[in-house]
Write a protein that binds this ligand. Structure first.
Ligand code: ASP
Length: 323
């Protein structure tokens, strides 16, 4: 009886402590450099999360490198108290097939909070690239075999995955140049240090609209409706039959974060995704906010497991890996 009372008291104290969550700033780790698409989504989301998280400050910490695995590993090893969260993308599900020595377990080391958005990608080129459209790009690539540079954000990044599929479908090998994120990669593309990049519309739309990069195609099976992107062909219709890469973002907490805290963050995420300012920004950048069952942590986890099963064999067939 006495033991029951003590257990009840401990549970009540724990519940009330978590009921106050958050009572200090929350950090969202972005596993890529500042200025790129994952960083942009995280910063916009942080704005929208602030109110539903009781007005607390939300700090963005950029931990770029190794295709997003360094930042993910950092969160997997952080205190499970809800004050360190991860905003990651499809790299959650491509890394297990690419890295022989993973320092975290994608499905085992996190509490899944929920899915945020889906984002198409675009194939873009440096401003001085002579090809004006996809057909001309193919001719230029044929003529420049062995000399073409393709920027990416490291093995396992969305840009790497897209570039990998692009090269293996075209059967053209390019020199890949890894960055800590496609923010700095975009700077080099604009400066002409690299030739091509495949990146999320959340990073490329404004550059395409301003005409500061060459834009060749979108990676999804349907054309996009965003004004700056609606005239771009799909890679499928341009000749790469079946080409389809759509990137998603999700939110995670370290394994062991109390359920009450994860539920509170999930509730805040659901509110944030309906924030009119956030919705407007996402739509303008070609992203689609999640409104289906994958908003729940459990369904998002099932989805990530299905993505691991989907991309693993494709990546292995391409013979790509890192030690
Ligand atoms: N878009 C990048 C990639 O996965 C990452 C980033 O900088 O957000 O290639």
């Amino acid at each position: 009886m006495k033991q029951l009372l003590i257990a009840g008291l401990v549970a009540a104290v724990a519940t009330s402590a978590f009921a106050e969550y958050p009572d200090k700033p929350v950090t969202i780790v972005v596993p890529f450099a500042a200025g790129g698409p994952t960083d942009k989504v995280a910063r916009d989301l942080a704005e929208a999360l602030r109110k539903p998280l009781g007005g607390q400050s939300i700090i963005i910490e950029n931990v770029g490198g190794a295709g997003g695995t360094l930042g993910a590993a950092k969160v997997a090893k952080s205190a499970p108290d809800g004050y360190t969260l991860l905003l990651h993308h499809i790299g959650m599900s491509t890394a297990p097939a690419l890295y022989r020595k993973m320092t975290y377990d994608t499905l085992g080391d996190f509490e899944y909070v929920g899915m945020v958005n889906e984002v198409p990608m675009t194939l873009i080129g440096k401003p001085t690239l002579p090809a004006a459209n996809y057909a001309e790009l193919v001719k230029w690539m044929e003529a420049n075999k062995g000399k073409i540079n393709l920027a990416n954000a490291g093995l396992g990044a969305a840009s790497h995955l897209c570039g990998l599929l692009f090269q293996s479908t075209l059967k053209i090998n390019m020199q890949t140049v890894p960055y800590k994120g496609t923010g700095p990669a975009m700077t080099d593309l604009l400066g002409g240090q690299v030739d091509l990049m495949c990146d999320q519309t959340t990073n490329t739309t404004s550059q395409i609209a301003a005409g500061s990069v060459k834009a060749y195609a979108v990676t999804t099976p349907k054309r996009l409706s965003t004004p700056a992107l609606k005239n771009l062909p799909t890679l499928d219709e341009a000749g790469l039959k079946g080409f389809n890469v759509s990137i998603w973002h999700g939110m995670y907490a370290p394994k062991g974060t109390p359920k009450a805290v994860v539920d509170k963050i999930n509730g805040a995420l659901r509110t944030a995704l309906k924030d009119p300012e956030f919705m407007k920004r996402e739509e303008a950048l070609g992203a689609v906010i999640i409104t289906d069952a994958r908003l729940s942590g459990d369904e998002h986890k099932k989805f990530v497991a299905s993505e691991i099963a989907k991309w693993g064999p494709i990546i292995k067939a391409a013979g790509e890996y890192a030690d």
